[in-house]
Design a protein around this ligand. Sequence first.
Ligand SMILES: Nc1ncnc2c1ncn2[C@@H]1O[C@H](COP(=O)(O)OP(=O)(O)OP(=O)(O)O)[C@@H](O)[C@H]1O
Length: 473
Amino acid sequence: MHTRSDGEPHGRLLLVDADDASARLVTETLGQSLGGSLRITTASGGRPAAELLRDGDFDIILADLSSLRDLSERSDDAVARLVRLADGALVVALSDGASVTAAVGAMRAGAHDYVTKPLSGPAMAARISELAQRHGKTRALSIEPRNSGRADFAGFIGSSSAMQFVYEQIGRISASSAPVFITGESGTGKDVCAEALHAKGPRFGKRLVAINCAAIPRDLMESELFGVARGAFTGAHDDRKGAAELADGGTLFLDEIGEMDLSLQSKLLRFLQTGTLSRVGEAGVRQVDVRVICATNRNPMQLISEKKFREDLFYRLHVLPIHLPPLRQRPTDIMVLARHFLARYSAEERKNFSGFAGDVASLLTSAEWKGNVRQLQNLVRRLVVMCDGEEITMPMLRAADIESQGLAPVAEPAPRSERRQAILPMWQQEQRIIEDAIASFSGNVSLAAAALEISPSTIYRKRQGWAELSVAS
Ligand SMILES: Nc1ncnc2c1ncn2[C@@H]1O[C@H](COP(=O)(O)OP(=O)(O)OP(=O)(O)O)[C@@H](O)[C@H]1O
């Protein structure tokens, strides 16, 4: 770690890339996303990099595999040499995506991560942040933009580069009427995202109508969605509009779309294709103008391969994908959120809390947060209700964290010598590389396939195979 003239720590990043244009592009996009908090040095190949590493210490090295040929013809040998010279710095192998085998080789040779080019600045900054968290280098790599990123946006709190990317996407696509497909683990803010899309778009004056496909009994779902004509069934005493009609001119949010019944999926598909619907028990059709946003915390590809979700409906809906990253992948948001919830609930409950003790903040920052923001929000609310004081202390946290009996920290990776025995099967390593590429493009399989230089159908075929392999293993 190094010290700035303003006394703040900053890290050093070494970029090894023989292609000047590519190095310039990476430096620019990454520099913007990192907000100048990491000093970037470039080297045109493995040998110049080795010299720089002998003279100075770096915190992270991004190395283009084809630029390391001057160290060794075999890229895994070259990476192993670089890792030795790196002296504890994190090593990320970069490749044009031409070779999955080379990527796996680089990881086996000791690289901490593997990323395909072209790099997206915000996605790479998020990746570095995640790596720093996992390897205990968050202080050395103080990479979050300093005052440059927004800490809140249309209901979202969080200043991490991963969330800046989400805000940017919402800003860009909110004006369109094309369907949005939101993915993300439970509690990551998919509802918040749907509301932000509606609030930022031109339909804001009309209604946002949300319907939770998991919460409504199957036989009521069609009438909830499309409405019902009087006398359609016993108890249907009046004509009633469904969610789609109520949202006319506005936005229809279909939450937990993965739980929708297959027969209703066909009707939804027809509605999306024609823009018309019929209430249950009605012969005619009605024209409705809605923007459809849907969300799921399940893997849609897996649902398709399990025949629980229609592939044609998926492609109708999956026009503008947004992926919300889990909280553990954006550790710099944790205390920002925690302080926000503390201020809010302290005011609501008329308490005097103004902050968290240092050891509590460290524990919260390193916890895994399986329930994501919802879990953090509930914990802070519980702390405020149960305790009194000015600062949340460790004994208070222990008393209030009744769910998990102690927040589990993110699992530390095994030491390298132990990791050797735990080498994953080839298909799992390949799966990780492909899924990572898809995540880098916010769920867009076509872009991920293009970056990996394989066809999208190869990815779908492989996913089908992995689903079968994971069931078998
Ligand atoms: N970035 C955020 N900033 C502030 N509050 C957030 C953020 N993300 C989530 N929340 C809050 O966390 C709770 C859960 O969020 P939300 O319901 O949007 O999650 P979800 O992804 O839709 O979860 P599920 O899949 O379980 O429905 C809500 O109270 C929401 O307001």
